[in-house]
Design a binder for this molecule. Structure first.
Ligand SMILES: O=c1ccn([C@@H]2O[C@H](COP(=O)(O)OP(=O)(O)O[C@H]3O[C@H](CO)[C@@H](O)[C@H](O)[C@H]3O)[C@@H](O)[C@H]2O)c(=O)[nH]1
Ligand SMILES: O=C(O)[C@H](O)COP(=O)(O)O
Length: 321
């Protein structure tokens, strides 16, 4: 490990318990407009879990006694289930991705809705939380916004946690994060060793200052987290990044093949940053057993990236309004 990373781990890795709620509330009051917080949940068919997450945030962090969070926004990513209704019933503002920036037709993908969320939120701190989390604890939010409220030099904070793999009734205590361990961590260690201190580089729970997010390009799919870390390092430097231990994360696990497509998108995002301009073939072929033998199916790998929001005229208008 680089000496710089060892130093970073000693000074930029915290636990949620380091900053109790009363400290955060005082820091928020002192920060004024810079302390406004929007929580954003990207959601594609998450009716089973989105309501409880929204409800927990509202119950714990949006009360007269604990007014830490100013708004909770669910950006619907084309759900065909009752995600929008369940989220609205739980008290979230629900926005359909197609209703945001209609001039630019939405494509599928998680990064796409995170990018669009900048146009419909008002917080100067944006906190992204996956909508498929189970046994959700509001420390996921208060923990990661903490350093942004108390440390002016910090600009992006990722959650870190234990990741059990819970499938088919069995639990492997530290078995989760398969793409993280097989793809993202090796890529980061080999090509961007200054980012090797992140325990959960792909985690979907992170908070950042708007002033950083609006300057970043957003890969439209699952490359968004890796791209954001690499680009943030280049833009603001390692000491502006941090991580906070928030406990244990339980979520819905995707199939091996879906994770293969995620891995391809992440590799592609890394490759683009390693060799801007040189195109790899953006397709992935996978195999399923059928009576005739193994059948290939080929999928497009996300290649599109949205430009930094500061380059979008509608965003400048939204901020001026
Ligand atoms: O097209 C999509 C796909 C996903 N999601 C939402 O994004 C979140 C995370 O998606 P999920 O499929 O649960 O991702 P994971 O398999 O858990 O992948 C991990 O790794 C990804 C790659 O870094 C991150 O984007 C995820 O946040 C992180 O949890 C969930 O709320 C989804 O509903 C969308 O909004 N639109
Ligand atoms: O973050 C990851 O590595 C992928 O989302 C896979 O996570 P899982 O192995 O916990 O399903």
């Amino acid at each position: 490990m680089l000496d710089e990373v060892e130093r970073w781990l000693a000074t930029r890795s915290w636990s949620a318990a380091d900053r109790p709620l009363d400290l955060l509330l005082a820091a928020k009051r002192a920060a004024g407009p810079a302390g406004t917080i929007s929580v954003v949940l990207p959601a594609l068919d998450e009716e089973a879990t989105v309501g409880e997450i929204v409800g927990t945030i509202r119950r714990d962090l949006m009360t007269p006694d604990v007014p830490l969070v100013d708004e909770v926004v669910v950006v619907d990513s084309g759900s065909r289930d009752a995600t929008a209704r369940v989220a609205a019933d739980a008290g979230a503002t629900v926005v359909d991705r197609d209703a945001v920036l209609p001039r630019v037709p939405a494509v599928s993908g998680k990064g796409e809705v995170l990018w669009r969320s900048l146009l419909v939120t008002r917080g100067e701190i944006i906190c992204f939380i996956d909508a498929d989390l189970r046994e959700f604890d509001s420390r996921f939010v208060s923990g990661i916004v903490g350093p942004l409220l108390t440390e002016p030099s910090v600009q992006l904070v990722k959650a870190m946690y234990d990741r059990p793999l819970e499938t088919g009734g069995t639990v492997v205590p530290a078995g989760g994060g398969r793409v993280t361990e097989l793809v993202a961590r090796p890529l980061l260690n080999l090509h961007w060793p200054r980012l090797a201190g992140f325990v959960q580089p792909l985690g979907g729970e992170y908070a950042a200052r708007r002033s950083l997010l609006e300057r970043l390009p957003f890969p439209v799919g699952y490359g968004v987290e890796l791209g954001m870390l690499i680009d943030s390092l280049a833009l603001v430097g390692l000491d502006a990044l941090g991580q906070v231990d928030v406990g244990v994360r339980h979520h819905r696990h995707q199939s091996g093949q879906a994770l293969g497509r995620m891995a391809a998108a992440i590799y592609r995002t890394a490759h683009l940053r390693l060799a801007r301009g040189h195109l790899v073939r953006p397709r992935l072929t996978q195999y399923d057993r059928a009576s005739s033998g193994f059948v290939p199916s080929t999928h497009e790998v996300d290649t599109e990236e949205r430009p930094p929001m500061l380059d979008v005229p509608e965003y400048l208008h939204h901020r001026a309004a």
